[in-house]
Design a protein around this ligand. Structure first.
Ligand code: HEM
Ligand code: HEM
Length: 185
């Protein structure tokens, strides 16, 4: 193990679990965000549509839990130094994108939760129903869904920049940046 040139192992595992989960949440979210509930039922049928909504909510809340753990492992443990050091541009851009991703991935599930609860729908987490915590307010719910969609697009843009940065370090600069998050080397 080379602990000093990697993030600690649990943090790396969380990175990849969140990365996979976010892609699934975006794919399912944009599917029924674009088609609407009726359109999704028409295409997939009732059972599959309900399963898709329940899975999206369950996945979103799981991501909220994983992000909470991830913030803890990020703050509580040493972050490896960049070797060679990043230049000022790389440092500012990557840190901004990372912080915005953290922020967006905390806000996103909370917005989904609040939009669902104020819409009068159940907060499904596996086979449990979590408390909505907010009363039914349809007008507020539709505004919150709009923001859920907008932040969804922001996550798409941020992730694209992030992956482009990772590819740049991996294939073009060929430095040690991608190794910091790797599970295997
Ligand atoms: C990181 C977590 C999450 C991501 C990335 C995500 C992503 C998305 C996206 C991209 C959409 C499509 C929005 C649109 O096009 O208007 C969507 C829709 C939706 N999301 Fe999420 N979501 C997350 C968490 C949650 C949570 C925790 C809940 C509820 C507990 C939730 C409930 C919903 C519902 C009900 C819709 C459908 C809205 C509609 O029918 O227009 N989401 N989600
Ligand atoms: C194929 C997809 C991805 C690749 C190749 C990748 C690669 C990396 C690499 C190499 C690092 C280390 C950067 C450094 O040491 O400063 C990193 C960090 C990070 N990644 Fe990714 N990543 C991917 C997807 C994602 C996704 C989908 C998210 C979130 C939505 C994400 C969020 C982050 C964040 C916030 C950091 C900062 C370090 C931390 O505190 O966790 N990554 N990523």
């Amino acid at each position: 193990m080379h602990e000093l040139d990697h993030y600690i192992y649990p943090h790396r595992v969380l990175h990849w679990l969140v990365a996979g989960g976010v892609l699934l949440a975006l794919a399912s979210g944009f599917t029924f965000g674009t088609l609407g509930y009726e359109g999704t039922v028409e295409l997939f049928g009732n059972t599959l549509t309900n399963l898709l909504y329940t899975s999206h909510k369950t996945l979103g809340i799981t991501l909220l839990l994983l992000m909470t753990l991830r913030i803890i492992t990020r703050i509580a443990f040493v972050v490896p130094d960049h070797d060679p050091p990043l230049n000022a541009f790389e440092r500012i851009v990557s840190t901004s994108v990372h912080h915005l991703l953290y922020l967006a991935l905390i806000i996103m599930p909370l917005l989904g939760w609040a939009a669902t609860a104020t819409g009068g729908y159940p907060i499904e987490f596996f086979h449990w129903h979590l408390p909505g915590l907010l009363g039914e307010r349809p007008a507020l719910s539709s505004q919150l869904y709009t923001w859920h969609g907008r932040i969804g697009w922001a996550i798409v843009v941020l992730t694209t920049l992030h992956v482009a940065g990772a590819l740049f370090h991996w294939r073009i600069k060929r430095d040690t940046v991608t190794k910091r998050m790797s599970l295997f080397d």
